[in-house]
Design a binder for this molecule. Structure first.
Ligand code: ZN
Length: 67
């Protein structure tokens, strides 16, 4: 208890907030999701506890000179 697990990841993986187990994200889990993404509930395959998954959508910018 009291051990803070950093569950933030910018890779395609979920980190269980209960035990720290790293689970690779299966693209199929999110295939139906677009920008209107609601938090989903996932179950850790290691400890069996459920947790909420929140996805942050990142935006990328690129600029061009006008022709
Ligand atoms: Zn776990």
């Amino acid at each position: 208890m009291g051990k803070k697990i950093d569950t933030f990841s910018d890779k395609d993986e979920l980190i269980c907030p209960h035990c720290g187990h790293i689970e690779k994200i299966d693209d199929e889990v999110f295939e139906d999701c677009d920008l209107e993404f609601d938090d989903i509930e996932a179950e850790c395959e290691e400890c069996g506890k459920t947790f909420t998954v929140s996805r942050t959508v990142r935006f990328y910018f690129e600029t061009f000179k006008k022709k």
